[in-house]
Design a binder for this molecule. Structure first.
Ligand SMILES: [Cu+2]
Length: 441
């Protein structure tokens, strides 16, 4: 890399504080086991019998509830949401309670559940409970099972959950779904699953077609350029944490226009459940890539045996990328005739519009330009560790974020001491930010 270029990118200011505050706020909420019976992290190996281990959906909060007699009452509000999906990209999407995807609802098998639903969208909508066996009046299909809920109106859903498993709620209108209107509905089993797990994480897979310099996804397009886990593209995805030797459950949910083969590095898992509930152990077999089709949930479990930061990502190559089209504007990345000078000018425009440090770290050959096809991934890596820093990224190797794009996160399998150190950091962060992060959920 030329000295000019290095200097240029090092001169670019780093904006970190604002974003960091935001991620911590989301994180703080996501960590709160919202009225589920919380467990101390240090007891993660030995939960008292009958205590459900709450699912954690990184970067997405839980929806709290209140009790009305024997009924768990939730308040869910459909509304437009400004969603930062990458440090350099904010979308105008639709979601619930200020969140996209919507906040995670957690109940227990057998619960009577009431959801007071309010529509603050500019158009009519409804709520469908995907996979739940409930009376037809609660099914949430406009014109078929209910009148559409008009803007400004409320509608009350109430049903008993007799199932266990990974379900979801979503608008039953195709374009609203593609605007982001989905969230987890997790029903914990009456009797614990065996074997017990120590960590339970949820990931919602979404994709967005956003034209250059636009903020509103094109819900009729089939060419998706932004791919997200829980509403954020890597490296903004918050790493999952696991104690070495623990058992981990991942619930992966897909609502989009593509099926995603989700791959885990370094470990084998078994599929222990689908969108229909728990699968019998006789059906489990080892794999490391699970195809999560549209409208499907796949629940996988594995022993976190090997220390390290292990990728979890959709393996479709295009889904392991972030779009830079609107940063580069009319100077889009070319895959032919790219020269060092051209790449530099593209990256200069990028760095001007997005104030984070951008340095190319991976060397290219002296005569790279003579090779047909060059460049491919050269010039594309964007290390932005500082911008996406949070307790969960503590101790990762420098420029780790340059290797993370699109539908991607990681599970950090950590020895006891390192795990505890990060948990302490998270706790400290939460205490210091508690006051300013009261969200109405
Ligand atoms: Cu994919």
């Amino acid at each position: 890399m030329s000295g000019t270029r290095r200097r240029f990118f090092q001169d670019a200011a780093i904006f970190g504080a604002g974003l960091l505050g935001l991620s911590e706020s989301i994180e703080a909420q996501a960590e709160k086991p919202m009225q589920m019976r919380p467990r101390e992290a240090k007891h993660a190996h030995t939960p008292p019998a009958g205590t459900p281990l709450p699912v954690m959906t990184p970067d997405v909060a839980d929806l709290p509830h209140e009790m009305d007699g024997g009924v768990k009452v939730f308040h869910l509000v459909a509304e437009p949401v400004k969603k930062k999906i990458a440090p350099f990209k904010t979308l105008d999407v639709w979601g619930y309670n200020g969140s996209c995807p919507g906040p995670t609802i957690q109940v227990q098998q057998g619960d009577r559940v009431r959801v007071v639903f309010e529509n603050r969208l500019p158009e009519s909508t409804s709520l469908h409970w995907h996979g739940l066996e409930i009376p037809i009046e609660q099914d949430g299909v406009p014109y078929i099972s209910q009148k559409p809920v008009a803007p400004g109106e409320k509608y009350v859903y109430e049903f008993t959950v007799h199932q266990e498993g990974t379900f979801f709620y979503h608008a039953h209108s195709a374009m609203q779904e593609m605007m982001g209107q989905i969230g987890f509905f997790v029903a914990h089993p009456e009797k614990d699953y065996r074997p017990r797990v120590d960590h339970d994480y949820g990931l919602i897979l979404q994709e967005w077609a956003v034209l250059p310099s636009n903020t509103v996804p094109n819900t009729a397009a089939m060419e998706f350029n932004w791919l997200t886990f829980n509403g954020v593209a890597a490296p903004m995805t918050t790493p999952l944490l696991a104690r070495m030797g623990s058992r981990v459950r991942l619930r992966i949910l897909n609502l989009g226009m593509d099926h995603h083969p989700v791959h885990l590095h370094g470990h084998q898992f078994v599929v222990t459940g689908t969108e229909g509930g728990r699968a019998p152990e006789s059906t489990w077999y080892p794999m490391n890539t699970v195809l999560v089709g549209v409208a499907q949930a796949r629940v996988v479990e594995f022993e976190a045996k090997y220390p390290g930061a292990w990728m979890i990502h959709c393996h479709l190559p295009h889904h392991m990328m972030n779009s830079m089209m609107d940063l580069l504007r009319d100077r889009q990345i070319e895959t032919a005739d790219q020269t060092d000078m051209k790449a530099l000018s593209q990256m200069e425009s990028l760095a001007k519009s997005v104030p984070f440090e951008h340095v190319h770290h991976a060397p290219v050959a002296q005569d790279a330009e003579k090779v047909p096809g060059f460049p491919q991934d050269a010039f594309m890596e964007m290390g932005m560790d500082e911008v996406v820093e949070k307790p969960e990224t503590y101790g990762l190797p420098k420029n780790w974020s340059a290797g993370m794009m699109g539908m991607m996160t990681m599970i950090r399998v950590l020895p006891e001491k390192e795990y505890d150190a990060i948990m302490a950091k998270k706790k400290a962060g939460r205490l210091s930010t508690q006051e300013e992060h009261h969200h109405e959920l």
